[in-house]
Design a protein around this ligand. Structure first.
Ligand code: C2E
Ligand code: MG
Ligand code: MG
Ligand code: MG
Length: 288
């Protein structure tokens, strides 16, 4: 009986693995074609400065609209794109599209900052700095409007290269942000060595800061750390009024999350800007 069950388990597991491998292979070949087939889209999420009372900028977030599977989430296909070496051309496409879209907004009088996520492979690419400079020149976006987001894991893995790559990006006039701050396996010593502009507090800490004392302490500590290092700080994943109130009280000015707005296509982003602007202006006014 137990023998039979274990045999069944094995064959079931094998079938499951086969299915997973098939799905992966399929996704892989689909992903190779996704750029040419115009299945990739860049969505934008607003980032607010609740002290100044305005929309400070937007983060570009990649979406893959698969013709059969529908929306494939980035957490599912970006690791795959990294493995098969597609993330460099995809990342370049994201950067170019986002810079062009930001220029469009600027031309319409909306001077917003743009954040773009960078993956490990892109960071390793020896042509990265030249690519960024090329895209800025081509789209006409001035470098001070662009910020690149990197995770601690990328910095730690590429520790020796990081300093030079960071310095080169900074020399272009582009800002650098540490994404998902506090979740990587990190030695804080990189904070003293790299020219960082912004720490982005990971959503997992924000999620609990309204009701969990330890999360609240971590959030406060990161806000203070950023302030004392002279960096700006952004809270990501702000979903509730309680979280917002906590962050306001701790003087965290930059807020991003579903409470204000989800990532949306450019047209929807543009339509929503006036409404978001009013909400944020009201938050900054003393009677709010
Ligand atoms: P990330 O850069 O940390 O982006 C924040 C993620 O949190 C986004 O997920 C965003 O939609 C989500 N988010 C924002 N506010 C809230 C909130 O209030 N609640 C919750 N539950 N989630 C919120 P998304 O768009 O699925 O992207 C996931 C990750 O995929 C990103 O995390 C980033 O690491 C990666 N990614 C997205 N676009 C790109 C890209 O163009 N290039 C690279 N290399 N990575 C990207
Ligand atoms: Mg990010
Ligand atoms: Mg993040
Ligand atoms: Mg993340």
């Amino acid at each position: 009986e137990s023998k039979r069950r274990s045999r069944n388990t094995i064959s079931f597991f094998t079938a499951d693995m086969t299915h997973k491998m098939m799905r992966r292979l399929e996704l892989e070949s689909d992903l190779r074609r996704s750029i040419d087939h115009a299945e990739l889209e860049v969505y934008y999420q607003p980032k607010a400065d609740i002290t100044a009372g305005d929309i400070y900028g937007m983060e570009a977030l990649l979406r893959w609209r698969h013709p059969i599977r529908g929306m494939v989430p980035p957490d599912e296909f970006i690791p795959l794109a990294e493995e098969i070496g597609m993330i460099v051309p995809i990342g370049e496409w994201v950067l170019r599209t986002a810079c062009r879209d930001a220029m469009g907004l600027h031309a319409a009088g909306q001077r917003l900052h743009l954040s773009v996520n960078l993956s490990m492979q892109q960071f390793r690419d020896p042509d990265l700095v030249a690519r960024i400079a090329g895209i800025l020149a081509e789209t006409g976006l001035a470098p001070e409007w662009l910020e690149l987001e990197l995770t601690e894991t990328i910095i730690m893995t590429e520790a020796t290269q990081s300093i030079e790559a960071f310095n080169q990006i900074k020399r272009l006039g582009v800002a650098l942000s540490i994404d998902d701050f506090g979740t990587g396996y990190s030695s804080l010593s990189y904070l003293t060595k790299l020219p960082i502009d912004t720490l982005k507090i990971d959503r997992s800490f924000i999620q609990h800061c309204g009701h969990d004392g330890n999360s609240a302490t971590v959030v406060s500590a990161i806000i203070n750390l950023a302030a004392q290092l002279g960096h700006s700080v952004v809270a990501e994943g702000v979903e509730t009024v309680a979280q917002l109130a906590f962050l306001r009280e701790r003087k965290c000015s930059m807020i991003q999350g579903y409470l204000l707005g989800r990532p949306v296509p450019l047209s929807e982003f543009t339509t929503n800007l006036a409404r978001w602007g009013k909400i944020v202006a009201a938050l900054a006014s003393p009677i709010a």
